[in-house]
Each structure stands twice: as C-alpha cells, then as structure tokens.
Write a protein that binds this ligand. Sequence first.
Ligand SMILES: NC(=O)c1ccc[n+]([C@@H]2O[C@H](COP(=O)([O-])OP(=O)(O)OC[C@H]3O[C@@H](n4cnc5c(N)ncnc54)[C@H](O)[C@@H]3O)[C@@H](O)[C@H]2O)c1
Length: 257
Amino acid sequence: MTQTTEFTNRIVLVTGAARGIGAATATQLHQHGAIVVAADHVFASSILTEHAPNWFQVKLDVTSQQGVQQLVDNIERQIGAIEYLANVAGILHMGSMLTVSIEQWQQTFAVNCHGAFYVCQCVADKMKARRRGAIVAVGSNAAATPRVNMGAYCASKAALNAMIKTLGLELARFNIRCNIVAPGSTDTLMQQQLWRDAEGAKHTIAGDLDQFKVGIPLGRIASPNDIANSILFLLSEHARHITMTNLVVDGGATLGH
Ligand SMILES: NC(=O)c1ccc[n+]([C@@H]2O[C@H](COP(=O)([O-])OP(=O)(O)OC[C@H]3O[C@@H](n4cnc5c(N)ncnc54)[C@H](O)[C@@H]3O)[C@@H](O)[C@H]2O)c1
C-alpha cells in the first residue's frame, strides 16, 4: 500500500534493483510514494518505461559511463529531477589474493567501484545545481574487515567508502548528503551462492574460526528489508544531519568495527 511521506512524488534512482537488496529498496521507496526508476543490467529494455504507476524500469550496466550518462539525462528530461540515489549494484568474486585473475579483479572494481563512481558523479552533478539531494551507496562490512578469499571485493568496497565520503565532503556545502550502508551476510542470491548446503545460513551465523569469522552475535542473517530500512533512513530527513557515515548493518558480525 502506498503511503504519503517525504518521498511522495519525488524521483529516486535505484541501481541493482532487479533482486535482493536493490529490489527491496526500490519496493519500499515505491510503497513510500516515490517515483522509482529501477535500473539493472538484467532488465530487458534500455528504454525508460513506466511498468506500473510511478514504477519505471530500465536496463543499465553501471560499468558503461556513457550508458549511465544517457540514463540520467533521460530521467531528468522525461520524468524530472532525481532527488535520491541508492547505488546498490554490486558483484562478488570469491578467490584468494594469490590466485584471483586480473579479469576478476578488474570486473569487481568495474562494477563495485567505477560503476558507483559513474552513477554518483552523474547524479551528484544534477543535484548540485539544485542544492538538494541524498545519496546512499551500498558497501559491505568487508570493506573494513578482511575476509579470506574476498580480497578483490574487500578492496573494491574500501575504495567505494573513500569515494563516497570524499563526495560527501565536497557536496556538503550544496546541501547534499552522501552515506554508505554496509551490510553483513544478507539473504540474497549473492549470499546464498556461498552456502554449500541447506545448513549454510546456520554455519554463517555460527561462524568459522578457521576462516577467522566470529559469526553473527544477533543470531540471524539479515533480510533484504533490514538493509533497505537503513537505506531509507539515510536518504530521509530523519538523517538530515548525517553525511560521510558508514552505517554497518551486520548483526554485530564485525564486532562494531
Ligand atoms: N548479500 C550480502 O550478504 C551482502 C553483504 C554485503 C554487501 N552486499 C552488497 O549489497 C549489494 C546488493 O547485493 P545483493 O546481496 O542484493 O546481491 P544480488 O546479487 O542479489 O543483487 C545484485 C544486483 O546488482 C545487479 N548488478 C550486478 N552487476 C551490475 C551491473 N554491471 N550493472 C547494473 N546492475 C548490476 C544484479 O543484476 C543484481 O540485481 C551489493 O553491492 C553487494 O556487494 C551484499
């Protein structure tokens, strides 16, 4: 059910919106009355189309700077001013630092870091002229806590953190806030692919000292909505005095690091 809120009839761009955390974020924003542009590279058409009232869907590969620029220009021309950005698109390649291929390393950075840079730079430029807007990028608790076999991912998310905080610093004088939501293990395809059997979630919660993982003190895997709740909070006026923050939402898995 749609509610009337501060998001009502305001335009939000969500990347990585086809499933998982991005889909939950786009859905919640829509339920809060926003005009949502859900973008993802798995969507069929690169033509910006209204699939349901106030729900636009479009194919976007965030690794294409040109594609990003075209989409942002099209949204502003066809729908109106983008007031919120949730940059959720991300990928994970598992592999040891000693064996990860150059291609996997570069692809990880292409999506998690460079793609986020293209989208944020493009949208921030429009917001700056209007002196209004809020940006949230989805990072990871692995940005600050090293994880075995996740070197490329950890490094790409650490770079994303530095990029978003610097953007937030530069944009503060233009009344634009930039923050990071850093999930821990969350029940999406990205996480489920790491589970070897039906007990996967249980093992993740219990931890694995051989991998130097202490487990999840709150005793559960996050739902995509748990993460979306924090994204909406940081986009909203409730967070009007918060910028350059990294909000870790991991049930305590990195011990408040
Ligand atoms: N699931 C977790 O445990 C977890 C933990 C920490 C951080 N994260 C982060 O949360 C974000 C969302 O991940 P998720 O768990 O929902 O995973 P997911 O794999 O279910 O969803 C990722 C989405 O991003 C899209 N995407 C990937 N590459 C893209 C590209 N080049 N252009 C546009 N879209 C692209 C995918 O199609 C997919 O819809 C990611 O940034 C991820 O790194 C997830």
